[in-house]
Ligand binder design. Structure first.
Ligand code: NAD
Length: 463
């Protein structure tokens, strides 16, 4: 099945070879946007079924990012696809050089379950903008969205241009063995390693959008009300199942009490006294993840951590309350694995340098957040750490900025997505060099005294 789909797309690519220019790409993107607009009700329903995602969150974090990516691509496609002339270097005087972006070919997009709509279609927009044919493999853990994606793509894309192949690990493994020209994977670092190993066999290039623990530093000069609001939103949106969600917070000891009070007030303001009844709060994706999160909380409290807020849950409906813990230590599982749920450990610190050292000693995070008014502290945090991105006095929002690259580093990913970076991920920037005056022939054999003098001169001038 997967092999047949691949063959169909590869044949489509061959047929389109020179016939998939800017107008055709625009038409494909416009048709996709129209289908998304026409299916909005179904999209809202699918995300509600899979994750209990509130309508506002589905609109802002699933539908909007894809439509914005399409709009941005339509606006800039002409510039991105332009053949760019570059100046000759001294040694290349007399030549004409250009860079011609070309599609990589037939690409595979493997998506996760937490933003199952936008993380499947966002990369597809970039792949189409760059002129590729694509297979999209949605996550089997968001089945309603997976089925919807298959219908939506079938209704709006040519079958030899885009195909959705539904399925789980087995299907994914089958697809990864095919000779795709690029693999764009979004998911966990563990499966990222599997993807890269598979790509090594076919020499496909890869973009890996992975996860990990994204730390937060709340400095002594932070505006605590604003900080609490941004953190509660960043952590509890989609019930914490967000790759760039704040994982844990380091807070300056002097402001810890006030910060915790502000955070609890913010949780109450956002989700009311009974978050289970709130229409603003999502659900855990499945019972396995629900049990994993409960075990993280219980493991931490059994080992001495304090529950400051939440902790309750209901396995039947996969509701887990917005939860805040203090007193977690490095040995606890909650401090080692990506939490990926509505549970926020808050750790008081005395020495910022020690916190920066601890962050630098671990895996490089996908995002790092700093809340502070003192610009020196903000600059120090940025200079002393390495992460996929930095958010200053805000969480999550850098994801929506299409003039910024989005991606990780090291354990949190490889390569970047969004806007022009997404286009580039799916393009080969092909250099073309033309010799106009045959000037380089002076350096070719037979080597004479003149060529020796020339070689010495060239070496002196540019070496
Ligand atoms: P996952 O790695 O378990 O699954 C992702 C995809 O890979 C799914 O489509 C799944 O079917 C497939 N897959 C799973 N196991 C596989 C295997 N052994 N071989 C081949 N394919 C396999 O990730 P998930 O649980 O869906 O998502 C959560 C993770 O994704 C978190 O770590 C999160 O931080 C990360 N994430 C990162 C980003 C980002 O943009 N960087 C965005 C969302 C999620």
């Amino acid at each position: 099945m997967s092999a047949e789909v691949f063959a169909q797309l590869a044949a489509g690519n061959a047929a389109r070879r020179t016939g998939f220019g800017v107008p055709e790409r625009r038409a494909a993107l416009t048709a996709l946007a129209a289908a998304i607009r026409a299916h909005q009700g179904e999209i809202l329903a699918a995300l509600a079924a899979d994750l209990g995602k509130p309508e506002v969150e589905t609109r802002l974090t699933e539908i909007l990012p894809v439509l914005a990516e399409i709009r941005h691509s339509l606006r800039h496609l002409k510039r991105w696809t332009r053949v760019r002339r570059v100046r000759p270097t001294l040694a290349m005087l007399g030549t004409r050089a250009t860079i011609r972006p070309e599609p990589k070919g037939t690409v595979l997009i493997v998506a996760p379950w937490n933003y199952p709509f936008s993380l499947a279609l966002g990369p597809l927009v970039s792949a189409l903008a760059a002129g590729n044919a694509a297979v999209v493999k949605p996550s089997e853990l968001a089945p309603a969205t997976s089925a919807l994606l298959a219908r939506l793509v079938a209704a709006s894309c040519a079958p030899d241009l885009v195909a959705v192949v539904e399925g789980g690990v087995e299907t994914s493994t089958e697809l990864l063995a095919l000779p795709f020209d690029h693999i764009f994977f979004t998911g966990s670092p563990a499966v990222g390693r599997v993807v890269m190993a598979a790509a090594a066999k076919t020499l496909a290039s890869v973009t890996l959008e992975l996860g990990g623990k994204s730390p937060v530093i709340v400095g002594p000069g932070a505006d605590l009300k604003r900080t609490a609001r941004a953190l509660a939103w960043g952590k509890f949106a989609n019930a914490g199942q967000t790759c760039i969600a704040p994982d844990h917070v380091f807070v300056a000891r002097a402001v810890e009490g006030d910060f915790l009070a502000a955070l609890r007030a913010e949780i109450a303001r956002m989700y009311g006294g009974d978050p289970q009844g709130s229409r603003s709060f999502a659900r855990i994706v499945n019972t396995r993840h629900f049990a994993r999160l409960k075990a993280l909380i219980e493991g931490a409290t059994a080992a001495g951590a304090t529950l400051v807020e939440g902790g309750a849950g209901d396995a039947g409906t996969r509701y887990l309350a917005p939860t805040v813990l203090t007193g977690t230590t490095g040995e606890m599982a909650i401090s080692r694995e990506e939490i990926f749920g509505p549970v926020l450990p808050v750790i008081a610190y005395d020495d910022l340098d020690a916190v920066l050292e601890e962050i630098s000693a671990g895996e490089k995070p996908l995002a790092l957040y700093v809340f502070e008014r003192d610009r020196e502290v903000i600059a120090k945090v940025q200079a002393a750490t390495s992460s996929g991105a930095v958010g200053v006095n805000i969480t999550l929002a850098h994801y929506l900025h299409l003039n910024l690259p989005f991606g990780g580093i090291g354990n949190s990913g490889l390569g970047a997505a969004h806007g022009e970076w997404g286009f580039r991920a799916f393009s080969h920037e092909k250099p073309v060099l033309e010799d106009r005056f045959s000037s380089l022939s002076l350096l070719m054999p037979p080597y004479t005294g003149l060529s020796a003098r020339l070689a010495r001169l060239v070496q002196r001038l540019i070496g």
